[in-house]
Design a protein around this ligand. Structure first.
Ligand SMILES: [Cu+2]
Length: 199
């Protein structure tokens, strides 16, 4: 009875040892994870350096400066820098001045006062001398308000009734002498003209 138990226990112990040995052998074979695998995964996740072509320097657009024009010298005061005054009085076919002077190529203001008695008058500056004034006066006869459409006219007031006044602005022509006249029929021929000298 006791012997059977011994051998039985010994057999069980042997079986246990063999089992443990077997298990240990299996664990040792499967537990080994190659370290190279982990390293390889880590290297793949490392972000790649950007290609050299992407790192281009962004172009800087040249921007216009709208302040440049605004910074120019303001033209304030230029319009009224030069003023001229002329008129007509009574029943004379004549201007109050037969000579005017002004700087050349300059914006000027001219005021024409028609203080005549019962006569319409105007003030018309032509681009030339007496010959040009003759042509304009002739063309004025049939023109509305006696002001003909003409490239030979530099500046003109309207034809004003007695007591009316008008101020006009215009750019004076290059240095020279230019005829001004009244184009109401018969007035230029009666002597209503003068000379503007620009310097
Ligand atoms: Cu007149």
């Amino acid at each position: 009875m006791r012997r059977k138990m011994y051998w039985g226990m010994a057999g069980a112990l042997l079986s246990l040892l063999m089992f443990l040995a077997g298990c240990g052998g299996e664990v040792a074979e499967t537990a080994g994870v190659p370290p190279e695998t982990v390293t390889a995964v880590l290297e793949e996740e490392t972000p790649e350096a950007p290609p050299a072509g992407i790192a281009e320097t962004p172009e800087v657009e040249e921007t216009e400066t709208p302040e440049a024009e605004a910074a120019e010298t303001p033209a304030e005061g230029d319009a009224a820098a030069e003023t001229l005054e002329i008129g007509a009085t009574g029943t004379e076919l004549a201007f109050t001045k037969d000579q005017l002077e002004a700087p050349a190529d300059t914006m000027v203001q001219l005021t024409f006062d028609n203080n005549a008695t019962g006569l319409q008058h105007n003030w018309v500056l032509v681009d030339g001398g007496r010959d040009v004034a003759d042509q304009v006066a002739q063309a004025a006869t049939g023109a509305p308000d006696f002001i003909p459409e003409s490239e030979q006219i530099i500046a003109a007031t309207e034809t004003l009734d007695p007591g009316e006044s008008q101020t006009i602005s215009f750019t004076t022509p290059p240095p020279g002498e230019y005829i001004y006249l009244c184009t109401v029929p018969g007035h230029y021929q009666g002597g209503m003209w003068g000379t503007l000298t620009t310097r």
